[in-house]
Design a protein around this ligand. Structure first.
Ligand code: SF4
Length: 444
């Protein structure tokens, strides 16, 4: 429950019109320790820690989001997401500035092109609140402003010249901090590119500054359908009437809403909290999409949980809420490996005839496989084996390669040395001879 802002001395004179104006909220974000102390209780020790942190990283908290903080609870889950701590100033083993290699995979500033058919387009580094757990903390808040027109133009030009790109994800910073006109300008240029099929917008504003979602913004976005919006709720306390109204405005314009949470120590690493969150999201027509394991960006170790905690949370959701409300738990693999889903195991064992599965309660069932099933892939169809998008393990299932071997394996290096004078690098291609796809009939 939000505190009435009129009870907070700093905003006693603020009119309702000002409070509900997103530009007023942006201009009046809390960015100093002194302002923060006028809104919540901050001990001397915490004040020093915040000042130290602010010498390295920016703080900004929208007045709206600040009213969600319990002023007297230093463990409040909203406070933990908004208020800097000393822990952010220390780095731990395995952390880096850009753990997801977004900049390594960047053909032009602001664009990451890792998967063949989609690009991540960072149009601004400004946010209404700088989340303390932000993966992109190397970038978010750096200038507290938008990207230059020239950089935006170069990124759009790259997309224009890359026909494989079907899906553009606008992110940042927060793309909805751009004015309606600027955003419409970018969206219309993207929409004019024939091969761009869908546009996605990643935003935290329905959570941290719901006043930004105006009827005018929602109907402007709808001009560029198919458009999807992914939001970022982490805790049930964020599901306020204001946030509900913001999501409703977008839904009514036919914009599908998904939620991407980050699993955070001390914020939502609790099965009961997460169950409340996903049920609350479904009530406001937001589909839980991903729960991310917290990335190892510099200064985030105090937020990280075990991967096992994420699996436990998914275990606690499956069967207890509708499948619509069960997100996928993903680990964004450091080094640019992309999102890897991990979750509980439901397949216990299998034979050629029976698959043994367990349900969420531990009930174990044997499912008999159909005897007359003829896998079309094993009987002449070559559609999938000719599919250029088949790679890695999929190729193994199609019988196109028998192994996947590390380039660093001893065997590979040893074999190369036996084939002197060939260079080592020439050994990196996989075996070229097709491996017949196994079929039931071919088994002994
Ligand atoms: S809104 Fe997103 S980009 Fe901005 S600080 Fe939060 S997590 Fe980072």
């Amino acid at each position: 429950m939000a505190r009435p802002y009129q009870d907070i001395p700093l905003w006693r004179e603020v009119t309702e019109e000002q409070w509900n104006d997103w530009r007023w909220q942006m201009r009046n974000r809390i960015s100093t320790t002194n302002q923060l102390q006028q809104v919540i209780h901050v001990s001397e020790k915490d004040a020093h820690a915040i000042d130290r942190c602010l010498s390295l990283l920016r703080m900004a908290i929208s007045p709206y989001y600040a009213t969600l903080i319990d002023p007297d609870d230093s463990d409040d889950p909203i406070r933990k997401q908004a208020v800097p701590t000393l822990a952010e100033t220390t780095s731990s083993p395995g952390e880096s500035e850009d753990p997801l290699h977004e900049e390594v995979d960047s053909p032009t500033p602001g664009l990451t092109h890792r998967y063949p058919d989609r690009v991540l387009f960072l149009v601004t580094d400004q946010c209404s609140m700088y989340c303390r757990h932000c993966t992109r903390r190397r970038f978010a808040g750096q200038t507290d402003g938008t990207r230059s027109d020239e950089e935006i133009a170069r990124a759009i030009e790259y997309i224009q010249q890359t026909p494989a790109v079907r899906d553009v994800i606008l992110s940042g910073g927060d793309p909805l901090t751009l004015s309606d006109d600027r955003l419409a300008g970018i969206l219309s240029r993207l929409r004019a590119i024939p091969h761009v099929e869908i546009i996605r917008v990643g935003t935290r504003l329905p959570v941290t500054l719901p006043q930004r979602i105006t009827p005018a913004l929602a109907s402007m976005l709808a001009q560029f359908h198919p458009i999807y919006v992914n939001v970022h709720f982490n805790h049930p306390k964020e599901l306020t009437p204001e946030a509900k109204r913001a999501c409703d405005l977008l839904s009514r314009e036919g914009i599908p809403l998904g939620n991407q949470s980050v699993l955070l120590r001390g914020v939502n690493d609790c099965v009961v909290t997460m169950r409340e969150l996903v049920r609350g999201l479904l009530r406001i027509r937001v589909r839980p999409y991903y729960v991310y394991s917290c990335d190892p960006s510099f200064g985030l170790s105090h937020f990280r949980t075990s991967i096992g905690k994420g699996i436990e949370i998914i275990e606690s959701l499956r069967g207890h809420v509708s499948g619509l409300g069960v997100p996928v738990f993903v680990v964004d693999a450091p080094g640019g490996g992309g999102k890897i889903p991990v979750g509980p195991e439901y397949l216990i064992s299998r034979s050629d005839r029976v698959v043994v599965l367990r349900n969420y309660e531990g009930f174990i069932s044997g499912v008999t496989e159909p005897e007359d099933y003829r896998d079309p892939c094993a009987h002449g169809c070559t559609r999938c084996t000719r599919d250029p998008e088949s790679v890695g393990v999929m190729k193994m299932l199609q019988g196109q390669r028998p192994t996947i071997e590390s380039e660093e394996s001893y065997r590979r290096g040893h074999q190369a040395s036996l084939r002197e004078p060939g260079p080592l690098s020439g050994m990196s291609s996989p075996p070229s001879k097709p491996h017949p796809r196994p079929t039931r009939a071919s088994r002994p």
